[in-house]
Design a protein around this ligand. Structure first.
Ligand SMILES: *Cc1c(COP(=O)(O)O)cnc(C)c1O
Length: 370
């Protein structure tokens, strides 16, 4: 019995070449078109399989996970592996970094990933070097022969800085380092890091991929078969495998990913434009694409604390990527890096009517200056 080879076929084979991402999002990971087959991969609740096949035990594989993996793999252009959460996927990668290896990481990024790197460093497992990933010259200067892994997030959470992924991948590979890109904020519809040269893509499928704030799930995607085997072996051993229902819900969410992302991005672009003109807003952080917008309030931390309590439609909540719009002051979390402004409020723009969103948000902002 093998725990590192993923020999079980995906529920549907690959889709034809040349299909648009929207078509892939709708069709990938479905059962074959044969009479009486269900159109959707069913929920397979199984901890054990009859001996003699490729799965054997529930920790090594599941048809419902594989349907989700097939769909995400189609969108990212690689082979996906699902995990119990985004952070489980992050820790699987970091667990494979050699003893004392040097990890180059963003000085502002998702706090859970940075906390994991800091924690591993404190325990003597690895070394880290933090850099502003939007400053390409600084990143290239920080990569040396000692660097084993470059950890990127783009756009970054919550400053929404964008990294030059192709240039960084080229320099990292020349130095013999792997590149990981957390693609949670961009989604594979707006950015495909494997095409830009990245070795591993990380997702918190909890966010846009699932899209309905009801699932925790993570994933890694890679193109290198050997690397995928190593990652799968580690997932099987560490045991942070996805739930069957979660995989099913995430796949169901992904069927509308393109529609949700398109609408949320259009809303975000319009709101970013209007926010820049509001007197309560000191700075809008928005890369010009994506559905996340951060604002730094002119009146500082207190105003940032108040704003999420004044909206009615926008829900005061952490996380992001759901159909509903939400917001929060990031520095309310003690673990948030100090590179994030105390006055920053992060907005996850949903798919509602943009005029309703603006009416609610602008009236809350008006209160802060009134
Ligand atoms: C939420 C998030 C994670 C962690 O994912 P979980 O599913 O919450 O474990 C990792 N990276 C980014 C960018 C995130 O937003």
């Amino acid at each position: 019995m093998s725990t590192s080879d993923d020999t079980s076929p995906a529920p549907t084979g690959g889709l034809p070449d040349g299909l648009a991402p929207s078509t892939r999002a709708v069709h990938a990971g479905r059962p074959a078109h044969v009479p009486d087959a269900p159109l959707n991969e069913p929920l397979t609740m199984a901890s054990v399989y009859v001996a003699g096949g490729d799965r054997e035990y529930g920790r090594y594989g599941n048809p419902t996970w594989q349907a989700f993996e097939a769909a995400l793999g189609e969108l990212e252009g690689g082979d996906a592996l699902a995990f119990s959460s985004g952070l489980a996927a992050v820790s699987c990668v970091l667990d494979l970094v050699g003893q004392d290896a040097l990890v180059l990481a963003p000085d502002a990024a998702y706090q859970g990933s940075l906390t994991q790197i800091g924690d591993l460093e404190m325990r003597g497992r690895l070394r880290s070097r933090l850099v502003d990933v939007a400053d390409t010259d600084a990143v290239l200067a920080a990569i040396d022969d000692d660097t084993a892994l470059v950890w990127l997030e783009s756009p970054t959470n919550p400053n929404l800085d964008v990294a030059d992924v192709p240039a960084i991948c080229e320099a990292a590979h020349a130095a013999g380092a792997y590149v990981v890109v957390d693609n949670t904020f961009a989604t594979p519809l707006l950015q495909k890091p494997l095409d830009d040269g990245a070795d591993i893509v990380v997702h918190s499928a909890t966010k846009y991929l699932s899209g309905h704030s009801d699932v925790l799930l993570g994933a890694l995607v890679t193109r290198d078969e050997q690397l995928r085997g190593v990652l799968k072996g580690r997932r099987d051993l560490l045991g942070a495998v996805p739930g069957t229902l979660e995989s099913w819900l995430a796949l169901r969410g992904m069927r509308t990913l393109h529609l949700r992302v398109e609408r949320a991005c259009a809303n975000a672009a319009e709101l970013a434009r209007r926010l820049a003109e509001h007197p309560a807003v000191g700075l809008v952080r928005y890369p010009g694409w994506g559905a996340m917008v951060s604002v730094e309030l002119a009146a500082g931390a207190l105003a940032a604390d108040l704003l999420p309590r004044k909206t009615r439609l926008w829900v005061h909540a952490t996380s992001l990527g759901g159909v509903e719009s939400s917001l929060e002051r990031r520095r309310r979390w003690a673990t948030e890096p100090k590179t994030v402004s105390d006055a920053l409020v992060r907005l996850s723009v949903g798919i509602e009517d943009v005029e309703d969103l603006w009416a609610d948000l602008s009236s809350a902002l008006d209160d802060l200056v009134g």
